[in-house]
Ligand binder design. Structure first.
Ligand SMILES: NC(=O)c1ccc[n+]([C@@H]2O[C@H](COP(=O)([O-])OP(=O)(O)OC[C@H]3O[C@@H](n4cnc5c(N)ncnc54)[C@H](O)[C@@H]3O)[C@@H](O)[C@H]2O)c1
Ligand SMILES: O=C(O)C(=O)C[C@]1(C(=O)O)C=C[C@@H](O)C=C1
Length: 307
């Protein structure tokens, strides 16, 4: 893969930034990758594992001369961070972000950026329950989607370069508008996280099944819930506050369906339960048949099949 940017600046050195760093190096996508994080502890931990060609303790030095600036901080502080670095951006630079929510991040960031830079928001649909500078790995984005959310009138060249960059990081790239992105992610990521947090919280409330019993008897389904519910509290607090309307819309629908299933159980309506589970099983099977099971070892690698 050829070099796409001369200098990339990573703002915030957590899971996503550190994974990007390793994947940029693997693909030779940038001449130089620099970074900054607000806490000295994070910067020291990043330095220790060899993250970034240079780490600065301020955004001014970090973004100076950078062709690509990537905001890798929690969505609740994107606007404040953009305001801080805006005066130091190089003319013609591209600013992007990796936030899990798009409409609110765009509303926070765009007003701070000067007219002579390109703002091309993005969101890699890849992550883990871990956070911080030592949690990243080069393969995180391999065969995963990255959604690019260009504003109307965005410079096609800047968008095209960012697309090539994410493809170089290993992802499949698609463009989407911000509102649609936020609704889709509320269904596929945000509401499921809230449900996992709730389920683990309920188990914890029932003292009988906490401590040894939760660990000892946790079946695969509940284990998956505990993995999701171990995700970073700051990141997820911000996601729900930032994607409030779409998440509440989906949770409303979820609650209605849950009540219907609850009623079916109370009334012994096995037909309703069976029909419902048959429908959901078919969805899982159709995902696999379409080659879109990103957990499958050959995902994205079948001849002639793109997700
Ligand atoms: N973790 C995931 O699964 C995942 C997946 C895709 C996108 N994202 C998005 O990527 C972004 C980063 O997530 P992550 O998982 O890398 O998080 P992380 O917690 O691993 O890292 C966040 C970084 O932001 C810094 N930071 C926190 N608050 C700050 C503030 N007020 N000012 C400046 N810096 C601050 C932290 O020090 C850290 O360096 C978030 O916007 C998140 O929504 C996360
Ligand atoms: O695999 C996980 O641990 C994740 O939660 C990753 C996940 C997701 O919901 O799929 C979480 C948040 C993102 O914005 C993108 C990806």
């Amino acid at each position: 893969m050829a070099q796409i940017y001369d200098k990339v600046a990573l703002i915030g050195l957590g899971l996503i930034a550190s994974s990007m760093f390793w994947a940029i190096k693997r693909g030779g996508l940038a001449g130089e990758v620099v970074g900054t994080s607000r806490s000295a502890e994070t910067r020291a931990a990043a330095q220790e594992v060899g993250l970034c060609d240079r780490i600065y303790d301020n955004v001014a030095d970090t973004v100076e001369g950078a062709d690509l600036v990537v905001l890798c901080v929690p969505v609740g502080v994107m606007g404040a961070v953009a305001a801080e670095l805006a005066p130091y951006l190089k003319a013609g630079a591209t600013v992007t972000d990796v936030g899990s929510v798009k409409a609110d991040v765009i509303a926070q960031v765009a007003p701070h950026l000067p007219d002579n830079v390109h703002f091309v928001p993005a969101h890699p649909l890849a992550g883990t329950e871990h956070s911080g500078p030592t949690s990243g790995f080069a393969e995180l984005f391999d065969s995963r989607w990255c959604l690019i959310v260009p504003a109307e009138g965005s410079d096609p060249e800047a968008v095209g370069k960012l697309r090539s960059f994410w493809e170089g990081l290993g992802s499949f790239v698609e463009e989407m508008d911000a509102e649609h992105h936020d609704l889709v992610l509320a269904v596929t990521s945000h509401a499921p996280h809230l449900i996992a947090y709730t389920m683990v919280g309920v188990a914890d409330d029932l003292r009988r099944v906490t401590d040894t019993e939760v660990i000892k008897y946790s079946a695969a389904g509940f284990r998956d819930f505990t993995r999701i519910a171990a995700s970073d509290p700051t990141m997820w607090r911000d996601v729900f506050l930032s994607n409030k309307d779409a998440t509440l819309e989906i949770l409303g629908r979820f609650t209605e369906e849950l009540f219907a299933l609850q009623r079916a159980i109370r009334q012994g309506d096995g037909e309703h339960l069976h029909a419902y589970f048959t429908r959901t099983r078919a969805i899982r099977r159709s995902i696999i048949e379409a080659g879109q099971d990103t957990d499958a070892p050959n995902f994205g690698r079948q001849a002639g099949k793109q997700p």
